[in-house]
Unconditional design. Structure first.
Length: 334
């Protein structure tokens, strides 16, 4: 059966009506359009625009047929370039503009970004829209359009999985820096609770990384920006600035890459490192009451265990080894 489709030629701004067999592959459709109008090249593809209230825009895969996408006569398709510049913000606030194939899914785009930046394990990174919350990752198996990402949006590249962190060393400065920045931000936000001595050590190493060897003429306990190196738990602690300076002095002449590596190693020793958390409600049955009480908790998942954490302090209350998990299932409230 033949379909009559409206083909919008983005390069020329014209719309043409063309007939295709349902069994035609998207690759064949692309070839026919290119041959007929002498437009575009191998970097062009077929994009089906958004239909308000019905569907999001999507790129049609070259190896699929028109029949697969259930297109009907009169459907509009766009013939246009698959590549466009994408602005990606790193955690150190630098913005990189990278040419990507937007017909690919987020997983493949992230891998492209990682390769262009020389990141050793790009599969452990993912993308989120700038300004979204900590757990709002883009769906890795969908394209940017299917994730609702507009052309003018800036995406943030962050580490999502932590399987190979033990292998990150000074020989991979790009990934070492990205991991350091993400660890530092997690410490300052309080995502990784620390003891006071650990907080002081981390702050001292951060000073060495960002200011170099201690210089008494430039740095003192009074001008340290404590809120940029300590979690809210410790930022107001009396005399903690002096404690940081004392440890900072001991790091004299340590190179920046070595200091970043030490910072990451100390973070990796924390119990909460690499945990993926979910805010959930714990059901508590009360004697003599028909209605149960629900208490907010953080449920964390690591490679080895499931942990229950306090919502405010992030302190781990209970740890359950994954080997003890027998079954799981979603509830009516999840």
């Amino acid at each position: 059966m033949a379909l009559s489709l409206k083909v919008f030629l983005v390069n020329s701004g014209q719309t043409k009506t063309m007939r295709f067999m349902e069994t035609c592959s998207v690759s064949e459709v692309t070839h026919q359009i290119r041959e007929k109008f002498n437009l575009g090249g191998a970097d062009h593809g077929i994009f089906q625009p958004e239909v308000s209230g019905k569907s999001t825009g999507r790129w049609l895969r070259m190896d699929r047929t028109l029949q697969f996408y259930d297109l009907s006569t009169g459907t509009e398709i766009h013939y246009k370039k698959k590549h466009r510049p994408l602005k990606v913000r790193l955690l150190d606030d630098t913005i990189k503009t990278i040419l990507i194939d937007e017909s690919l899914n987020v997983n493949d785009i992230t891998e492209t970004i990682g390769e262009r930046m020389g990141i050793g394990n790009p599969e452990e990174f993912s993308l989120k829209v700038e300004g979204s919350n900590e757990r709002e990752w883009l769906n890795p198996v969908l394209s940017l359009h299917e994730n609702g990402v507009a052309d003018d949006m800036i995406l943030v590249l962050k580490k999502k999985f932590f399987f190979s962190d033990a292998n990150v060393d000074r020989s991979d400065p790009v990934q070492l820096h990205l991991l350091y920045v993400q660890c530092r931000d997690a410490i300052v936000e309080g995502s990784h609770p620390t003891q006071k001595s650990e907080a002081v050590q981390l702050a001292a190493i951060q000073c060495q990384i960002e200011m170099g060897t201690y210089n008494p003429d430039k740095t003192s306990s009074k001008n340290l920006k404590l809120r940029e190196m300590l979690s809210p738990q410790w930022a107001k602690t009396k005399k903690i600035g002096a404690m940081i300076i004392k440890e900072y002095k001991k790091l004299a002449n340590m190179q920046g890459e070595n200091a970043k590596y030490r910072y990451i190693q100390l973070c990796r020793s924390l119990k909460t490192y690499g945990i993926t958390t979910f805010r959930v409600q714990r059901k508590i049955e009360k004697k003599g009451s028909k209605k149960p009480k629900y208490t907010p908790i953080l449920l964390g998942i690591t490679r080895e265990s499931i942990v229950v954490m306090d919502v405010d302090s992030k302190v781990i209350k209970v740890t359950y080894p994954l080997t003890h998990l027998r079954r799981w299932a979603p509830g009516t409230r999840s």
